[in-house]
Design a protein around this ligand. Structure first.
Ligand code: BTN
Length: 263
């Protein structure tokens, strides 16, 4: 089982010092849930929780996140002092995409922050991000960013094989989980700073890596129901803009699918 020191070493190899604690569990319910406990107890920014497998891994929209051995399950604690919180999961998506490119896998970003392998229809998902936050009297207390990455195709559950991608599809060797985590964390630091100093650059970085579905017909499953329209853009807060019956709708969460053209 990898140890916290393996991640600390992988970070040092990239010239990064780890400013806070690292926990690496064999089996845990959810790394996000564990890190939220630590956040409430006052843990410092960049505290990290990892696990080899999760028994109650959680995804967006209250879905379960299958978490067998052979994946990366990483949660990072942030205590942002800026307001552009909606850009944090967007920034994390860019960081994961950069890690995948470093591992030789061509990926794209699918709104809001899925990292997918383009080409198949629908594109297969490599990684997902779940951001959870708590606010106090003076603003945001903490944000827990949870990142799940499929590392090895042979470890994927059979029912996910058609919809999921794995990092080893782009690599000559089995990915080293500590090195993958360090690569994500290194890029996350860069983009986290950018959220505070240059939010527009984060949106630009996201947009240049996004699936080129602009102008196409899409359906978006939102909490309020299914919307069909033409995909326009993302705005400066990372919200999705979709034209529905001649009006621009601004969506904060949901799942987008591309609608097939007739004929
Ligand atoms: C999604 O639905 O795309 C988001 C998936 C997020 C999964 C990660 S794995 C580490 C962290 N712990 C969790 O329970 N969920 C996130």
């Amino acid at each position: 089982m990898p140890q916290p020191a393996d991640l600390a070493r992988a970070m040092v190899a990239r010239g990064l010092a780890q400013p806070a604690a690292i926990e690496w569990h064999g089996t845990i319910g959810s790394t996000n849930d564990r890190l939220k406990e630590l956040a409430r107890a006052g843990a410092g920014e960049w505290t990290i929780v990892l696990a080899d497998r999760q028994t109650s891994g959680r995804g967006r929209e209250r879905r379960a996140w299958a978490s067998p051995a052979g994946g990366l399950y990483l949660s990072v604690l942030l205590r942002p002092r800026f307001l552009a919180l909606s850009l944090l999961p967007i920034a994390a998506g860019v960081a994961v995409a950069e890690m995948a490119a470093e591992h030789g896998l061509a990926v794209a970003l699918k709104w809001p922050n899925d990292v997918v392998v383009p080409g198949d229809e629908p594109p297969r998902k490599l990684a997902g991000i779940l951001a959870e936050a708590a606010t106090g009297a003076t603003g945001t207390d903490w944000v827990v960013l949870g990142i799940g990455v499929n590392l090895m195709r042979r470890e994927l559950p059979a029912e996910l094989l058609e919809r999921a991608a794995a990092l080893d599809e782009g690599a000559a060797f089995a990915p080293d989980v500590a090195a993958v985590a360090a690569a994500i964390l290194a890029q996350l630091r860069v983009w986290y700073d950018a959220v505070g100093s240059s939010p527009r650059s984060v949106i630009e970085a996201w947009r240049t890596r996004a699936l080129a579905w602009w102008g196409e017909s899409v359906a978006v499953q939102t909490a309020g129901g299914l919307l069909c329209g033409r995909l326009l853009d993302v705005d400066g807060q990372g919200a999705l803009l979709v034209e529905v019956d001649g009006e621009t709708r601004r969506l904060l969460s949901g799942d987008v699918v591309r609608l097939r053209r007739e004929g």
